[in-house]
Design a protein around this ligand. Structure first.
Ligand SMILES: Nc1ncnc2c1ncn2[C@@H]1O[C@H](COP(=O)(O)OP(=O)(O)OP(=O)(O)O)[C@@H](O)[C@H]1O
Length: 242
């Protein structure tokens, strides 16, 4: 069974079709790179997978469930683009990572020893133990991303959706995040991440999806990121503008 199964997904903002008949699937344990020009619909796809935007047509199944059920079961975590987060919110790094444990707590939302241990472990894995008590607005771009990755680790999410995890990130954080994502997939988790780092995709990813409102190609990175596919995705005018 595929972890992500998307069929004929079509999303419009008014007259603009951001996604148009998107079809693809991602299997368990894949580290899948989502590639496409600015405005090709990558963020809209993530929001659709999370059920945050309503499709005009088509379906999304995550672990065979609809999005709401998959989210309620704590199977998915989403690391949004930095501009989609309110960084002035008065919460610490540790508070954000603890949010990943809410699904494991009772109604009281009072952390048990196991929750605190999971948070400690997640903070250590992203090397943020020393900054655990810092307010989230006072972090570098890379540290912010690492905080959200840690939330997903603490949650024990089986599927991680990362919208441009390397945007505005220093080299040290980029290396740390990339190695961590690779390790997480070897532990059986599935990752879909959008990236503008075309050169990195064949090195780190086991699957690539080339998006331009619809899926131009999906599969092994070397087969997807061919010169002619890239020219189609990045070179020409938008299909509806031709
Ligand atoms: N809330 C919205 N209302 C109207 N149009 C939107 C909205 N969000 C996105 N769009 C438009 O939908 C299209 C797809 O946008 P989206 O943000 O999904 O692309 P993207 O591939 O993530 O871009 P980037 O790489 O720049 O982040 C763009 O033309 C964008 O302007």
């Amino acid at each position: 069974m595929s972890v992500i199964q998307v069929q004929d997904l079509t999303v419009s903002y008014g007259a603009l079709k951001a996604l148009d008949g998107v079809d693809f699937s991602v299997d368990a344990g894949e580290l899948c790179g989502l590639v496409g020009v600015n405005g090709s619909g990558k963020s809209t796809l993530f929001k659709s997978l999370m059920g945050l935007v309503s499709p005009k047509r088509g379906s999304v199944r995550l672990f065979g469930h609809d999005q709401l059920r998959a989210r309620k079961q704590g199977l998915i975590t989403y690391v949004p683009q930095a501009e989609d987060v309110d960084w002035t919110f008065p919460v610490s790094v540790r508070d954000v990572v603890m949010m990943g444990r809410y699904g494991h707590m009772g109604r009281s939302r009072r952390p048990a020893a196991a929750d605190r241990a999971a948070v400690d472990d997640a903070l250590e894995r992203v090397a943020l133990t020393d900054l655990a008590h810092r307010q989230i607005g006072q972090l570098s771009g890379g540290q912010k991303k690492r905080t959200f990755v840690a939330r997903g680790i603490a949650q024990e999410a089986e599927l991680m959706l990362l919208d441009e995890p390397f945007a505005g990130v220093d080299v040290t954080s980029e290396k740390l995040i990339m190695n961590l994502l690779t390790t997480l997939t070897t532990e059986g988790r599935t990752i879909l991440m959008s990236t503008h780092d075309l050169a990195g995709v064949p090195t780190f990813c086991t699957q690539a999806i080339l998006l331009h409102h619809s899926v131009l190609a999906s599969g092994a990175p070397a087969a997807v990121l061919t010169e002619s596919n890239l020219a189609q995705a990045f070179g020409g005018p938008r299909q509806e503008e031709k």
